[in-house]
Design a protein around this ligand. Structure first.
Ligand code: C2E
Ligand code: MG
Ligand code: MG
Length: 906
């Protein structure tokens, strides 16, 4: 860089490849390396003359060209910085060339020349370039006071050195030199020191790194070493080595500008926050040693040193070091304040966040205070430091949590994992936490497992409620059909493995619909809830009780060695539990249940078992209710029949398939016909005549009994009225059977009135028959309905009396005119002299209640005679006549002696 006198220089040819597209490939690198090494070797061997100058200039000028090519290939951001570096190399090369040309022109080399201007400009350009690289490229310039102080220290240090030693001291101290010469000689060490300051700062601050940083450091280092050596020693023997250093320095600097993968990337050091590092403290303090070292050196050489410049330098260095230290201290304070701020920031975040963050060690102890966690667990104010995290969990979760933690700990590095854990609040309630963990034990700042706990209790409760409502009945809280089905499927699976039995006990409440219709749904719900309680207490805890829908319940009996016995026992217990009435408000409701039992085997599915149990239940219902039936395959056929009948029955009235037959009612005393009972027949198109016992229940359950009953009323009244017209002297009664469903229907009174009005049949001669069970099921409605009917003038008979509840207290509530003693009692009469006590009792009861009596099913004379003897007024049965077709009735009436006045009672 700096010339040492005297020297011959030759301009270089500058044969370096040009062009923006020029790429530094590996062979190019190799070529450049070989060329530089070759030229340098030649220069060392022949440092003087044309060869020496040519080799020297070819490397420095070549370096300038390479530097420009490299700089222009840098990205926009870094082009200014690298452009300055290229400019610096170029200035130096131009200086060399000018020096060589001046030497050719003037013959003798001057101590200083215009070349020095270029060389000094090279320092400035390089310093600007390096500073730009250090602070982040073009446009991101920063005023680095610390850097300037460091550079100032280096300059002072350089000044001390050069004013105390070598050529430079001699030139500066020699007044025979011109002022400009001495100024230029003074400028060199200052500029060198400044450049050294910038590079040292960049190196120690680790802002220049990578291969490019290495080139830059080495190149500048070689230049500076050569410069200082030339300033201090004027020994011609070392000139060739100084040249070599400048040449290699220029080559190194040029290579640093090349943005190859190896070079470009790492060069651009990031602008770090000014950290107080040992390197920076070293740079600050090391210049203070220099004046002392110089004094020791001079003392060793027995030189007398002027202490004033050294003291002045020391003072300047102390002031600079003080300024630098003060700034370092401030920087440290700023860092501490920033640290405190960020600590406060993060602790405020942690405290005010909805989540709790804890750090635990391998022993499971919490290492930090997490007020949020304490609050979540109902332990406000209790520090969590040192607490065993697992102690917060539900005892049943501890083992699994320990296992999960152990797995997390095993994984080194950071592991993020999600889990859900249950813990116990201080008040005993449960808390659910969504847990996210990260194993940061390898991070010395954390040293444990960071666990983030989010309170998800509400979410969990909502989930549980949703799941529960999806599988449970909202009225009774029992399992619903879906859950029952699921459990049944699992039970069947287990049965296949264990060989233990499964049974479904399916039950339907008899007459529940009437409760709902007459007392409202709230009363119905109360009954269902009470029913759920009774059912649950009738089974083992292992068994599932479920409400399948409406008034149907199912019980799953599983894992039983004697499943049939078990199922029968449960069915009996359920029937037994229903003997007590349901209390709804102040009223009592008596309900029964029809129960079907299906026993599972390997061929069963959940659906087939449910269907079988339903079929058996239906069987129990049609067989008289309040009983249970075990499924048999034949029942399925019956069930299918029933389904067919159900649909056929819908059209029976419209298609005129129904007809009435009439059975005479006889006054026992006189054997005269006093009336008829209308009995329904269904002429089924394929099945023939179907008796009411086989279809009335179906009509009841489907509701078709209402229109059918209306038709029966109309038809019976019309027939009776026609007989009355044909035989005006007769005072015949007409008895019509009513079912429970009809009695419950509010239209009944209107229907009866219509039938009477349309037919012209007197109301007083119409008798409505109904069974006791119809009355007691919904006593209130029945009572009101009977009052209304009676107000029309019709009379009421209890049919099949003695087979139902036969409760005196019940009967008294109702306005009843006639008791019809069931055929089963008539059947017990076999001897005229020995009337069975029960028949006697029934007749007595009727007398006490002032009711008339009709004995049903009289087939034998002994029965007729015996009943007549006991005071039974009327009778009906095959002994007198079977139910007759309409025409036969007319014939009979025409033939027989007809009473002109109605007998007493009917
Ligand atoms: P119920 O009202 O008790 O009718 C008497 C039943 O006993 C009739 O059967 C009748 O044929 C039968 N019977 C009468 N005397 C004798 C006898 O000496 N020996 C025998 N073995 N049986 C006798 P039916 O017609 O099959 O009716 C059965 C039941 O169907 C009736 O019993 C009644 O409860 C019901 N029913 C009939 N017609 C209707 C109707 O129009 N509406 C409603 N809701 N039910 C009806
Ligand atoms: Mg009857
Ligand atoms: Mg009867």
């Amino acid at each position: 860089m700096i010339a040492y006198p005297p020297q011959e220089v030759v301009p270089s040819s500058g044969a370096v490849p040009r062009g923006r597209r020029w790429v530094f490939t590996q062979p190019t690198w190799l070529f450049a390396l070989v060329a530089v090494v070759g030229i340098c070797t030649v220069h060392v061997l022949y440092p003087d003359g044309f060869v020496g100058n040519f080799t020297y200039l070819s490397v420095t000028c070549g370096a300038a060209v390479v530097a420009w090519v490299g700089a222009r290939r840098q990205s926009q951001r870094w082009q200014f910085a690298w452009g300055c570096v290229a400019l610096g190399i170029t200035c130096s090369a131009v200086g060399d060339a000018v020096y060589y040309v001046r030497g050719l022109i003037d013959g003798a080399l001057l101590n200083v020349s215009i070349a020095d201007g270029f060389w000094l400009a090279a320092y400035v350009a390089l310093a600007i370039g390096f500073s730009s690289l250090v602070v982040g490229g073009h446009g991101v310039r920063r005023f680095d006071v610390d850097g300037l102080i460091d550079i100032a220290s280096f300059i002072v240090m350089a000044m001390v050195v050069v004013t105390q030693f070598g050529v430079v001291r001699d030139v500066i101290g020699d007044s025979s030199y011109s002022l400009s010469t001495r100024a230029i000689w003074t400028a060199y060490p200052i500029f060198d020191a400044a450049l050294l300051g910038v590079v040292a700062q960049a190196m120690l601050g680790r802002r220049l790194h990578g291969l490019s940083g290495l080139f830059l450091g080495c190149g500048t280092g070689l230049w500076l070493v050569a410069d200082f050596t030339s300033l201090l020693f004027d020994d011609p023997a070392i000139h060739r080595w100084l040249d070599l250093a400048w040449m290699l320095g220029a080559a190194g600097l040029a290579m640093s500008t090349v943005p190859t993968d190896d070079l470009g990337r790492a060069t651009h050091g990031t602008v770090a926050i000014a950290r107080v590092t040992n390197g920076r403290i070293f740079i600050t303090l090391v210049p203070l040693l220099v004046p002392g070292l110089i004094e020791i050196w001079q003392f060793g050489k027995h030189n007398d040193v002027n202490p004033l410049p050294l003291f002045a330098a020391t003072l300047a260095l102390v002031l600079l070091a003080f300024a630098r230290s003060t700034r370092l201290l401030k920087a440290r304070n700023r860092q501490e304040a920033a640290l405190q701020r960020s600590t406060r920031f993060y602790s405020a975040l942690a405290e005010n966040s909805a989540d709790a963050v804890i750090v635990i060690n391998e022993a499971g102890l919490i290492l930090n205070d997490a007020p949020n966690l304490a609050t979540m667990m109902g332990r406000q104010g209790v520090p969590t430091i040192g607490m065993d995290a697992l102690a917060l969990l539900q005892p049943r979760d501890v083992v699994s949590a320990r296992r999960v933690l152990a797995r997390w700990w095993l994984t080194s590095g950071v592991v993020a994992a999600d889990a859900e854990l249950q813990a116990t609040h201080l008040d005993g309630s449960e808390r659910w936490f969504g847990v996210r963990s990260a194993n940061l034990s390898s991070d010395p700042a954390i040293g444990g497992m960071v666990i983030n706990l989010r309170n998800i209790t509400d979410q969990k409760r909502a989930e549980t409620a949703l799941t529960h409502s999806g599988f449970h009945d909202s009225v009774t809280g029992l399992a619903n059909r879906a859950l029952f089905h699921d459990r049944l499927e699992h039970a069947l699976d287990r049965t296949a493995r264990s060989g233990l039995g499964v049974a479904v006990v399916y039950l339907d409440l008899d007459g529940f619909k009437m409760v709902n219709d007459s007392r409202g749904h709230e009363a119905g719900d109360q009954v269902l809830r009470e029913m759920a309680v009774r059912l649950t207490s009738a089974v083992r805890t292992l068994d599932t009780v479920s409400r399948i829908g409406g008034d149907e319940f199912a019980i799953l009996i599983e894992e039983s060695a004697r499943v049939l016995d078990e199922a029968e026992t449960v069915a009996e217990r359920v029937l037994q539990s229903l003997t007590a009435p349901f209390i709804v408000g102040v009223q009592q409701i008596v309900l029964s249940a029809s129960i079907g039992i299906a026993i599972g085997d390997v061929s069963c599915t959940a659906s087939s078992m449910m269907r079988d149990a339903d079929v058996a239940m239906y069987k129990a219902k049609t067989a008289g209710k309040s009983q249970w039936a075990l499924y048999e395959p034949a029942m399925r056929r019956a069930a299918l029949d029933r389904i067919e009948l159900e649909s056929d029955l819908h059209h029976a009235v419209d298609q005129h398939q129904l007809r009435l037959v009439y059975q005479p009612i006889i006054e026992l005393r006189s054997d005269r016909i006093v009336g008829f009972e209308a009995l329904l027949r269904w002429d089924h198109p394929t099945r023939g005549v179907i008796s009411p016992d086989d279809f009335i229940a179906i009509a009841e359950s489907t509701g078709t009994i209402v229109p059918i009953g209306r038709w029966v009323l109309e038809e019976a009244c019309r027939s009776a009225a026609s007989w009355k017209r044909a035989f005006p002297a007769t005072k015949l009664t007409m008895a019509v059977n009513l079912s429970a469903r009809q009695l419950a229907a509010p239209d009944l009174v209107g229907d009866v009135a219509n039938a009477l009005v349309r037919s012209g049949f007197p109301a007083v001669k119409l008798i409505l028959e109904m069974t006791e069970s119809v009355l007691v099921k919904d006593a209130d409605t029945a009572s009101h309905r009977l009052q209304d009917l009676r107000s029309l003038g019709v009379r009421v008979a209890i049919d099949d009396f003695g087979t139902g509840y036969s409760s005196l207290s019940y009967l008294r509530q109702f306005p009843i005119d006639i008791l019809k003693i069931d055929k089963s009692f008539t059947d017990t009469i076999v001897d005229r002299t020995q009337i069975p006590p029960i028949v006697h009792g029934l007749l007595e009861l009727a007398r006490t209640l002032h009711m008339h009596t009709v004995a049903e099913g009289i087939e034998f004379e002994v029965q007729r005679d015996s009943l007549r003897d006991q005071g039974c007024e009327f009778g009906q049965g095959f002994l007198f006549a079977k139910p007759l077709e309409l025409d036969d009735v007319v014939k009979l009436l025409a033939r027989r002696e007809i009473p002109t006045a109605a007998p007493v009672g009917l």
